[in-house]
Design a protein around this ligand. Structure first.
Ligand SMILES: [Zn+2]
Ligand SMILES: [Zn+2]
Length: 137
């Protein structure tokens, strides 16, 4: 919790209990939750919290670069505590989103040009059937 408080301080976000709880949830749950999933979980710890507060907090974190947004499903935004560029795999059977830790052949963001454009972020979205679902069949 102390480290998270420092993170918020560094970004000049007032470390309220609600904000810390949301950030802690994102740190501990790397399944890339939606804002609704965050709300459902946080509500149990902090019953007074409103959905609007959760949404506003998530947007504040995004704006400050504390978390990243994924649009891999094409239907809903998912949130990621890991802000370094990494790729994602979406299982179309169970809906799980996995972090895929491979080097992108196009190089590292911030160091690369592509057809004259400067690359600052790289997102790779892979879709298919995950190893757990493959095993079940
Ligand atoms: Zn799966
Ligand atoms: Zn991720």
């Amino acid at each position: 919790m102390k480290e998270l408080k420092k993170l918020l301080d560094e970004k000049e976000v007032k470390p309220t209990f609600q904000r810390l709880s949301i950030l802690k949830y994102l740190e501990e749950n790397r399944e890339h939750p939606t804002a609704d999933m965050i709300y459902e979980y946080i509500r149990e710890k902090v019953p007074t919290i409103s959905k609007t507060t959760v949404y506003n907090t998530v947007h504040k974190f995004l704006e400050k670069g504390l978390i990243k947004e994924l649009t891999i499903t094409g239907q809903e935004a998912r949130y990621d505590f890991v802000t370094d560029s990494h790729h994602h795999f979406l299982c179309e059977k169970c809906g799980t989103i996995y972090d895929i830790d491979i080097n992108c052949p196009h190089g590292l963001p911030g160091q690369n040009m592509v057809r004259g454009h400067k690359v600052e972020e790289i997102h790779g979205y892979f879709k298919g059937i995950c190893k757990n679902c493959l095993q079940k069949n």
